[in-house]
Structure formats: C-alpha cells, structure tokens
Write a protein that binds this ligand. Structure first.
Ligand SMILES: [Zn+2]
Length: 114
C-alpha cells in the first residue's frame, strides 16, 4: 500500500475514533450525577449504571484502536509501515487496505490470537 494513501486512511480512522470517543465522553458527562437528580430515579438507576459500564468498555475499545492507529502512523514516519512487527515480513496490501492499522502479517496475528 502506498504510504501516502495509508497515512490518509489512518488519519481518517484516527479522526473518526477521536470523534466517537469524544461523543461517548460527552454523553457520559451529560448524565445527571447530582444525588438530587437521582432521588426520583428509582429503577432507572440500574439501567443508567449498566449503560455507563457499557460505554466504558466501548471507550476502552476505541482507545485501544486509537493507540494502534497512532502506532501505525508512527511506523509510516519510521519507514517500517507494512512490515510485520513479529517476523519482519511484508503485510499483504489487501490486509492493509482492509485494516490500515495492521502491524502483523496474517500468520503472526493468528499465532498471537491463539
Ligand atoms: Zn509476521
């Protein structure tokens, strides 16, 4: 994959992730936290708590993806983009097109996930 095209794809991905993250955080901050607001909450409390926990795990996933994208952008700068971090082999361009933040070839990723 052309590094310039990869950079564009990764920058877009990073913007999207940051926007999603800001959106999540914004929603969480907008939740009523004062005890006064919660007095009449009743059964809704459990639902709100559950929603908040769900948001946290989504936010963690977004942060992890954001870190990967940042790493991939750094690898473009270092000139190592498109090379597997484990075996040093070339990551197939098709894989990079589908997942621009990939840092491992298919084989090494499979070993790692096992
Ligand atoms: Zn590899």
């Amino acid at each position: 994959m052309d590094p310039a095209a990869a950079r564009t794809a990764l920058t877009h991905e990073r913007d999207r992730l940051q926007r999603d993250l800001a959106h999540l955080r914004g929603d969480a901050d907008a939740e009523p936290r004062d005890s006064a607001d919660r007095l009449d909450a009743g059964p809704d409390d459990a639902v709100a708590t559950h929603d908040h926990e769900f948001d946290e795990s989504v936010a963690e996933g977004l942060e992890a993806a954001l870190a990967e994208v940042g790493e991939a952008l750094g690898r473009i700068d270092a000139g190592t983009y498109g090379r597997c971090v484990d075996c040093g082999g070339e990551i197939p361009p098709k894989r990079l097109a589908a997942l621009p933040a990939s840092v491992r070839c298919v084989e090494c990723q499979r070993k790692r996930e096992r």
